[in-house]
Design a protein around this ligand. Structure first.
Ligand code: MLT
Ligand code: MN
Ligand code: ZN
Length: 298
């Protein structure tokens, strides 16, 4: 069976438009001139029937409502068998609170991500008798749904914003930020919504991959500063830019990846506008820019 991926939310935290933002992209999205985007999540299936949600965004309720394959199939039955989270950022875990309706599912993450969830009593709303919290070490392949396997691997990143204290290491490699290799019987894909920099290990892993969904948060490292939207660079937020010598366009050049799709797009990112020079640049390099509802069969 092929791998089916549905991009539930293509945007980074905040979405497009972001509630308090008047940047050109957010204004255009409110006018309907750009497609609105919800926050970072994908759904994956290896058998076309049961699904795993990878990252539970604050927009999950709406995302599920808009995706027929994920609708309830019986009185208290859902095709969703597991939820895997790649870090403990708000845009990837707040949606767990939407899933609190006494429904069994497996909640899969590394021990460090589980520790952050365990330290937040609000997640006790997920009934521990029904929602099994499964710890998966990086590098170990596990089945996350029938016909669907996942392997987590370390990716440079940082602690969630709400846990930042003192000097923050923005490109720590460990279990707090991971990417995931997804595999069905016949195919494989990588999902990496946050990545602070390309490493030799990551390069080796991704070389020749048939499909990669990758961190497209910002086009230029300083684009939010330049646009007057804040003081942070992409790197300070734990995200490598698309453009520039240390950017993902350059990092993927020559890796021979079959299909490359940018996800986790911040609303400031010029690639969101299909007529922009930035979009032309990523398209010329063979990248697609995700939209909500995009289906990818691998
Ligand atoms: C990020 O991806 O940098 C975070 O989701 C930011 C946030 O927590 O808002
Ligand atoms: Mn995020
Ligand atoms: Zn904006």
């Amino acid at each position: 069976m092929p791998l089916r991926i549905v991009v539930l939310g293509a945007a980074a935290g905040g979405g497009l438009p972001q509630w308090n933002c008047g940047c050109p992209n957010c204004v255009a999205a409110r006018r309907g001139d750009l497609p609105s985007l919800s926050q970072s999540s994908i759904a994956v299936s290896g058998d076309g029937e049961s699904w795993s949600i990878v990252n539970a965004s604050p927009d999950l309720r709406q995302q599920l409502a808009l995706t027929p394959a994920l609708h309830a199939t019986g009185l208290r039955q859902t095709p969703i068998v597991s939820v895997l989270v790649t870090n403990a950022d708000i845009d990837h875990v707040a949606g767990l609170l939407t899933l609190r309706e006494k429904q069994p599912f497996r909640l899969i993450a590394t021990s460090e991500v589980h520790a952050v969830l365990a330290a937040n009593p609000i997640f006790q709303a997920l009934d521990p008798d029904l929602v099994v919290r499964e710890t998966v070490p990086v590098g170990e392949e596990i089945a996350i749904a029938p016909g669907l396997r996942a392997t987590l691997f370390p990716v440079p990143g940082k602690v969630p914003l709400y846990l930042e204290a003192g000097e923050v290491v923005t490109d720590q490699e460990g279990e707090l930020t991971v990417g995931v290799e997804l595999a069905s019987a016949d195919s494989r894909a990588y999902y990496i919504p946050g990545c602070a920099r390309m490493t030799p290990a990551l390069e080796a892993r991704l070389r020749g991959a048939p499909l990669v969904l990758f961190d497209g948060t910002l086009f230029r490292d300083d684009e939010m500063v330049e646009a007057g939207l804040g003081s942070k660079t992409g790197r300070r937020m734990g995200h490598m830019p698309i453009d520039g010598p240390q950017g993902s366009l350059a990092a993927f050049d020559g890796l021979g990846v079959g299909r490359k799709v940018y996800v986790h797009l911040n609303n400031s990112n010029p690639v969101l506008d299909s007529r922009s020079p930035a979009r032309a640049a990523v398209s010329a390099a063979g990248w697609a820019v995700a939209e909500d509802g995009m289906e990818i069969c691998a």
